[in-house]
Design a protein around this ligand. Structure first.
Ligand SMILES: [Zn+2]
Length: 223
């Protein structure tokens, strides 16, 4: 669903075809324009009827206010393994723990909190993670055997996150199993003694794939 009209149309479908909703595996909502409250209510109603989904995408061009999050607090998707959302991380934490600990693939948007609220989440099956640099340590632990990690910059604040906090003394705790690393970075602001590649090789010694991408916010960081 890519528009409020798509949401309305699909809401109409699930209201009249309840039996068909049992077979829906994937729900994707990507709204470029700010939706209104009615739109969020419709999304929430759709998600109440599609409990068997394995893959859920909720991406908005703005962060919806906490009071109108389109996921109801009591909703549980027992088969959900893939989640791609840019809702506030505090609300996401309530959604993940303890109801959705079976997640294997998680992609999240920017984190406005000084300390990521997802640190208390336990995701023992998490294998693939896409997140901003400030949330990596919160989501990679001995309990989360992440094999593929993509560290993205959604904001200039992400680009200014000090890389030594990721790769120097405090290693990525799941590093022993990390085989794929994709890192957005600002080459002028690495601040790593010994160089970036050296630090990554020490932090994640069994990497098969390493992709370094200059951050789209590098120019702003340099100013
Ligand atoms: Zn976070």
């Amino acid at each position: 669903m890519k528009s409020s009209k798509d949401v309305d149309d699909f809401h109409c479908f699930v209201k009249h075809q309840r039996d068909a909703t049992k077979n829906i595996n994937i729900v994707e909502v990507v709204l470029d324009r700010a939706g209104d409250l009615a739109c969020f209510k419709a999304i929430r109603a759709i998600l109440r009827c599609t409990k068997n989904i394995t893959c859920l995408t909720l991406r908005f061009s703005f962060e919806p206010e906490l009071c109108i999050l389109p996921i109801g607090k009591t909703v549980v998707f027992k088969n959900l393994t893939t989640l791609n959302v840019n809702i506030p991380h505090a609300a996401l934490g309530h959604f993940l723990n303890p109801k959705h600990t079976q997640i294997t693939d998680l992609a999240i948007g920017s984190c406005n909190a000084p300390t990521c609220p997802l640190a208390s989440c336990r995701l023992p099956h998490l294998q693939r993670l896409i997140c901003p640099p400030g949330c990596v340590q919160a989501l990679t632990s001995a309990d989360s055997p992440v094999m593929q990690l993509q560290i993205i910059h959604d904001t200039a604040q992400d680009a200014s996150f000090p890389l030594p906090r990721l790769f120097d003394s405090r290693r990525i705790r799941t590093s022993s199993s990390l085989t794929v690393l994709h890192l957005d970075f600002d080459h002028t602001a690495t601040g790593l003694r010994g160089g970036l590649l050296q630090c990554i090789s020490e932090a994640a010694p069994v990497l098969d794939v390493l992709r370094l991408t200059e951050s789209t916010f590098s120019d702003k960081v340099c100013q």
